[in-house]
Structure formats: structure tokens, C-alpha cells
Design a protein around this ligand. Structure first.
Ligand code: HEM
Length: 172
């Protein structure tokens, strides 16, 4: 995934919730050289602390892959029905958009997915997407999350991650 596509939650650096268990482990390991060497290898490999600490809270709050797909299906239906957005989607590859949006939201939520789609700039280039259409999509996404019983505060977390993308999507 292209880092400029959208703002990723912090997954590759130590967040406070992760730092504490790691420091505790380090304290224990200092007394045991074998453990200390093991930890050094694990950290150098980059995997152990990262996967143990990955914050997938939002992903889980959105209902994981199945829940996210329901939200996206609801969003796509609304985008087709909404007079503010429908024209953009007349000849759009719905199945692909659904699949890529599923991946994108999963990644944004900290879930175990990889985004395999194009950058936001490339996907929307030439679509002449207005700010009004972008705001309409945000409203349609909110409605779909409402329908899927996603709490307001969780909705806001996802919307906050979507909002900055307008820079790469809106053309005028
Ligand atoms: C934060 C807001 C948005 C996100 C996260 C988003 C995400 C995506 C993704 C993941 C794709 C597929 C990328 C690929 O093909 O590799 C896509 C394609 C597309 N999006 Fe968006 N989008 C957003 C806003 C909008 C808006 C506001 C519109 C129009 C109202 C729109 C219209 C389209 C269209 C028409 C395509 C298909 C382009 C094509 O391949 O023909 N998108 N979008």
C-alpha cells in the first residue's frame, strides 16, 4: 500500500499500551542473558513486538472482515441511489471497488489485511469529484454504519481517517 494513500493508524512504532509489557519483559530478561539475546533477535526481525502490539481495536469494533463488508455493501448501494453521487458510479467497477474498500477499511482499522488497490489519487483521477460529492459519500457511509449498529464514537474514528483523503480525491 502506498503510504500517501491514506493515514494509517500507528502500527509500526511502540504505542504506550505496547511499551509497558515490553519494558516488563525487558526487566525480566536483563537477569537472563539467553532471554535478552532472544529478545534482541525478535526485535531485530521486527515481527514479535509489532504483531503483539498491533492495535486492531477499530477493525474489531467495525465487526472485522464480515462487518466491514456489510458496511461497504450498504455504502455502495447508497452511492448508487444518492443523486449526489450516482452518476459517478454508472460505469464503475462495483465489485473491484467493494473489494478494495474492504481491504482499505480493514487496514485503516489495524486489521490483518493488505491494501492491493491503486492510490487514491490514481483511482479518482479524471472523475471530477466535487467536495459536495465527497461529503455525500461521508454521509452515506455514516448511514450505512448506522444501519449496521456501529456506535457513533466508532463511526467518528473511521470518518476521521477518511476525511484527509479528500485532498487526493476532490478535484475542484
Ligand atoms: C474517503 C473517500 C473515498 C475512498 C476511501 C475511496 C476509495 C476508493 C477505492 C479503494 C477505489 C478502488 C481503487 C482501485 O481500483 O484500485 C475507488 C474507486 C472509485 N471511487 Fe472512490 N473513494 C472515496 C471517495 C469517492 C467519491 C467521493 C467518489 C464519487 C462520488 C468516488 C468514486 C469512485 C469511482 C467512480 C471509482 C472507480 C474508478 C474506476 O476505476 O473507474 N470515490 N475509491
Amino acid at each position: 500500500m502506498n503510504a500517501s494513500d491514506f493515514t494509517l493508524p500507528m502500527t509500526s512504532s511502540l504505542r504506550p499500551a505496547c511499551a509497558r509489557p515490553l519494558l516488563e519483559a525487558l526487566r525480566v530478561a536483563v537477569a537472563r542473558p539467553v532471554l535478552l539475546i532472544g529478545m534482541a533477535f525478535a526485535l531485530a526481525a521486527g515481527g514479535a513486538s509489532r504483531s503483539a502490539c498491533a492495535d486492531d481495536t477499530l477493525y474489531r469494533q467495525l465487526g472485522e472482515k464480515a462487518g466491514i463488508d456489510k458496511i461497504v455493501v450498504g455504502l455502495m448501494a447508497r452511492l448508487h441511489a444518492d443523486p449526489r453521487t450516482s452518476e459517478y458510479f454508472i460505469n464503475a467497477p462495483d465489485r473491484r471497488i467493494r473489494e478494495k474498500l474492504d481491504e482499505q477499511i480493514c487496514v485503516l482499522g489495524g486489521g490483518p489485511c493488505t491494501y492491493t488497490g491503486r492510490s487514491m489519487k490514481r483511482s479518482h483521477a479524471g472523475e471530477k469529484i466535487t467536495m459536495a460529492a465527497f461529503n455525500a459519500l461521508v454521509e452515506d457511509l455514516q448511514d450505512s454504519m448506522d444501519e449496521n449498529d456501529i456506535p457513533f464514537r466508532v463511526q467518528n474514528k473511521l470518518l476521521a481517517l477518511f476525511a484527509p483523503m479528500y485532498r487526493d480525491i476532490v478535484e475542484n
